[in-house]
Design a protein around this ligand. Structure first.
Ligand code: SF4
Ligand code: MSK
Length: 679
């Protein structure tokens, strides 16, 4: 077909789809703002997703561009491969090799993003411990003392009668140094990965995938996937697994721990989510990206009397901070700063016309926000030396920890001074939902067992007696190739309806908050009888907000605590639990998914999966992995079937543990109760 003809067909398809009026989101505020964008003729990702189709070969994982003889595009197999797979790249690379190389390069990208974030936190932590910065301090000393032994740092000095506690500052410096050393370490073991249940640690050692050093595992992926190096998909996955473990149990986990020590371990607090959190009469400063280092300072700066006065002077009733993506998740978890929206809503927040400034750090910032900001008075401020934008209307105010508050004040001042320049026609949707966030794994412990007898035992008891069927970790991004938030919410609702408690992070958490699923009251409306009863008794929402993308490490730790509490086997792979990313899109999501799989969790992804073009390799991930790791991948685009697959896996694990009968009894009890009520 000629190029023109092709374009014509594509155009017609787009028009057909538009006519059909397929909804782009399930969220009313998002739909209002998409309509507003159309009215103002401002292009958003929703338009681009209609205009440009994804390449099916790339989406299936069999497009290789690892050398300039390519891209070698291996056509998708029609109905699986029977007999010899003839498809090869110029160098002879098979579909399995190409898909495996691409897959582990995604792991490398994701692990690098999380871990480089973690490195930045570790550097700031060390500076704080050494008192080289006046803005950051060691705040949560309890957590410091809890994690210090994991780094081999002693809490006391002297022996026998001479033994006495070490100074907190000395412990903090040593923890900072040991933590930072995990990145450059060449041999040995990433220390925090030893926190996994003993059986899991032994398995990783036995297979040989225990990570040596965070950077080393990522670099080795880039080497092994260069043309002409590793050409065995199983061997490639061996390294992919090692790097993913280095991410989840290393870089991400250290980031979470040290952030908690610097800024406080989150505990439950009230807040709100959706675009309705923006205020027409206030200076709106939206914080977007992933790191809390600068955003913590912006909170401090915005509360200063001088800034409040300045806001009044320009005619505003104060300063409203709000978050997008994971920086938003960081600041809601610790301070209750409301969430304006998730990944697909970043352009829409600006289109309200009410945003004086959007300040961004790293990751998930769409380049087009600069073009959208140019249509309004909004100042777009980049802050990281590694994440700049070339657009002319973007201001760069570089963040350095030594003058963090100064930069934060400049940013807040820029937003305030921009308030009088707001154009007419501000449109802020009313929608916003109440929520409770702040469920660190320590907070869950406290919530279930109380301050003095904090424990996961009550959770385990409720799983064993069947009131809670199991645990679902539902996380991850938005994806413009599917209806915004639809798959997130459908999967969650199906799980909680079937008594599965949901732990969430990232953009899924924001979607759940927007949909009103993060209040204890929502349990009565959306949960099965067992989960509703537990939530009502302990005042817990059925969907627990555990933080940002790096905080998926909190879910790993929660799973480890459940194993330790006893009665549900002695490894994560034995738990009645499953993982999911219904609307994933980033490389980080693949790294997260893979460290869950390597930790023994059955993990289902939605939308598309980057191995469908290489069925043999896909079978390896979806089936053979279970034999090796007890966890495996799966792909299901239909959100109901997606959730049901997770429930089926949870039931399989309940049966293996011999607790399936207990759940049947609970259900019989409820039926009997209903009969009694009806009588
Ligand atoms: Fe093609 Fe091989 Fe080069 Fe990939 S590495 S682009 S398959 S020749
Ligand atoms: S922000 S990685 S879109 S979850 Fe963490 Fe959301 Fe995915 Fe970015």
């Amino acid at each position: 077909m000629a190029e023109e003809e092709k374009k014509e067909v594509e155009k017609k398809e787009v028009e057909k789809k538009k006519k059909k009026g397929a909804p782009k989101s399930i969220d009313p505020a998002t739909l209002k703002m998409i309509a507003r964008a159309e009215e103002l003729e401002i292009e958003t990702i929703f338009d681009r997703a209609e205009k440009m189709k994804a390449c099916p070969i790339g989406a299936g994982g069999t497009c290789c561009k690892n050398c300039s003889q390519g891209p070698c595009r291996l056509p998708l197999p029609k109905a699986g491969i029977e007999g010899e797979d003839e498809r090869k790249g110029l160098c002879g690379a098979t579909a399995n090799t190409i898909a495996a190389r691409n897959f582990i390069r995604m792991i490398a990208g994701g692990a690098a993003a999380h871990s480089d974030h973690g490195r930045g936190v570790a550097e700031t932590f060390l500076a704080a411990a050494k008192k080289e910065t006046e803005y950051y301090v060691i705040k949560d000393t309890k957590k410091l003392l809890e994690i210090a032994p994991d780094f081999g740092v002693a809490l006391t000095t002297g022996k026998g009668e001479k033994e006495k506690p070490r100074k907190i500052d000395d412990i903090a410096v040593e923890v900072g140094e040991k933590a930072l050393a995990q990145w450059g370490q060449q041999e040995g073991e990433v220390l925090t990965a030893r926190r996994a249940p003993a059986k899991r640690v032994e398995l990783w050692r036995e297979i040989g995938v225990f990570p040596r050093g965070i950077d080393r595992e990522i670099v080795e992926i880039m080497h092994r996937t260069h043309i002409g190096v590793d050409q065995d998909y199983k061997n490639l996955m061996f390294q992919g697994t090692r790097a993913a473990i280095a991410d989840g149990w290393g870089g991400s986990m250290i980031a979470t721990d040290l952030q908690d020590i610097l800024f406080g371990t989150p505990y439950p607090l009230k807040s709100q989510a959706n675009l309705g959190v923006l205020k027409e009469d206030m200076v709106n400063l939206v914080i977007h990206g992933h790191e809390p280092l600068l955003s913590e300072m912006i909170i401090v700066a915005s509360e200063l009397p001088e800034m409040q006065e300045l806001a009044k002077k320009v005619g505003a009733n104060g300063i409203q901070l709000s978050g997008i993506c994971c920086t938003g998740n960081e600041i809601i978890m610790r301070h209750g700063v409301p969430l304006a929206g998730n990944f697909l809503m970043q352009e829409l927040a600006i289109i309200t016309g009410a945003v004086e400034a959007m300040v961004v750090d790293i990751q998930c910032i769409m380049e087009n926000v600069a073009n959208v900001a140019a249509c309004f008075h909004t100042k777009l401020i980049t802050t990281m030396s590694i994440a700049k934008m070339e657009e002319k209307n973007v201001i760069h105010m570089e963040f350095h920890e030594e003058d963090a508050l100064k930069t934060a004040k400049e940013i807040v001042k820029t937003a305030i001074e921009n308030f009088p320049k707001r154009k007419a026609g501000v449109m802020i949707p009313d929608e916003k939902s109440d929520l409770i966030a702040g469920f660190s794994y320590e907070a869950i412990n406290y919530h279930l067992g109380g301050t003095f007898r904090g424990s996961y035992v009550p959770l385990n008891q409720n799983i064993i007696n069947g009131r809670i069927r199991g645990i679902g970790g539902v996380v991850g991004c938005n994806n413009a190739r599917t209806i915004h938030n639809n798959d997130h919410i459908t999967v969650i609702k199906e799980l909680i309806k079937n008594d599965v408690l949901v732990l969430t992070t990232g953009c899924n958490a924001i979607a759940a908050g927007m949909a009103g699923l993060m209040t204890p009251e929502s349990a009565k409306v959306f949960c099965g009888p067992g989960l509703a009863e537990v939530c009502e008794t302990v005042g817990l929402p059925p969907v627990l907000h555990m933080g940002s993308c790096v905080d998926n490490s909190r879910i790993l730790m929660a799973a480890t605590e459940v194993v330790k509490a006893g009665g549900l086997g002695d490894d994560i792979s034995e738990l009645p639990a499953a993982g999911s990313a219904p609307e994933w899109m980033s490389e980080k999501a693949i790294s997260i998914g893979h460290y869950f799989v390597a930790s023994g969790v059955y993990t289902v992804f939605g939308v598309t999966f980057p191995t469908t073009g290489a069925p043999v390799f896909q079978d390896y991930l979806f089936k053979e992995f279970e034999e090796m790791y007890g966890g495996m991948w799966d792909f299901e685009a239909d959100p109901i079937i997606h959730a049901q697959k997770m429930i089926a896996h949870i039931d399989k694990k309940r049966k293996a543990l011999g607790i399936d009968k207990a759940r049947e009894r609970v259900l019989v009890d409820m039926a009997a109760r209903r009969e009694l009520e009806a009588a």
